[in-house]
Design a protein around this ligand. Sequence first.
Ligand code: ATP
Ligand code: MG
Length: 351
Amino acid sequence: MNAHRIAAIPGDGIGKEVLPAAQRVLDEAASRHGFALSWCELPWGCAWYAEHGTMMPPDGIDRLGETDAIFLGAVGWPGVPDHVSLWGLLIPIRRAFNQYVNLRPARLLPGLASPLRECGRFDVAIVRENTEGEYSEVGGRFATPAGDVAVQESIFTRRGCERVLRYAFDLARARGGRLVSATKSNGLVHTMPFWDEVTAEVANGHPDVEWRRMHVDALAARFITHPEDLDVVVGSNLFGDILSDVAAAVSGSLGVAPSANLDPTGENPSMFEPVHGSAPDIAGRGVANPIAQIWCGAMMLEHLGHPAAAADVLAAIERVTAEPALHTRDLGGTASTEEATSAVIAALPAR
Ligand code: ATP
Ligand code: MG
């Protein structure tokens, strides 16, 4: 089998520590399953920006387009504004490659404590719309006789809603068969009733999925009061963004929260990046938790058609989190990035 060509963008801060750590785990898992990953190392990010004035070279998107997947650490650094780091790398990639699904699983891993005392089972997948909705550039500031006004438009297209909802319902079918759609039709009277309408249409094609809609405020509370009730949660760009941070918090630490920016059609490369950022406060000290990045790697293997290798990586992660001596500092332990990574490799099931 040919090696999969993967773009590796460590980016900034702890991205430079956790990405190489995860690459080691994935190389090992791949070799045990008889395939290989061919890494294309791309030193893009804020250091590149300092030298070249852009976050990536002008042919960056073309080069990424030649790969099978993009494995990203973190981008962003103090002193570089978000509109440069975010809009100069992450957002162009998501848009160029039509990565319209942002999938964020969150689970209470063995051995980890949720800040919620009563949290028993917690295993959800948040599906966030990733290309339109509330995060649009339409709007502006206007001076009026009554004072300044800022307007921010939301764009919801039928095609955009339908495709992400279809993905979410398909995922619910493959998981526990339950889905909640986040809405706020009592306050957002144009976009949300439309979202709800498309949800109901897509639901008609999935009679085996038990679903309901909930107002996003009540749903956020539900994550805290009854996290065990939730399975697949689908939301617009803004709602999905907020709910996935809530979900990551319930599961214990940002250090274990993965995400995937997917083009489910497979026409373009998808991008796998942890939820966390570059963590300047701990960068360069070898103490970052590599689990989120490694879990992203498992999602990437699954996406590339290697579910058994992905399952092995997840099993190894669970063996490591179950062992308090192997916890990094964010989980209350003392293990270094290197110790946690080597432990995951050692915990990979024998083949
Ligand atoms: P961004 O704006 O890029 O999302 P941020 O400032 O919101 O970044 P992070 O960089 O994710 O947030 O850091 C938030 C906090 O979580 C920091 O205190 C950081 O040290 C901690 N943190 C984030 N990721 C990890 C990790 N992998 N291991 C340990 N601690 C982490
Ligand atoms: Mg953040």
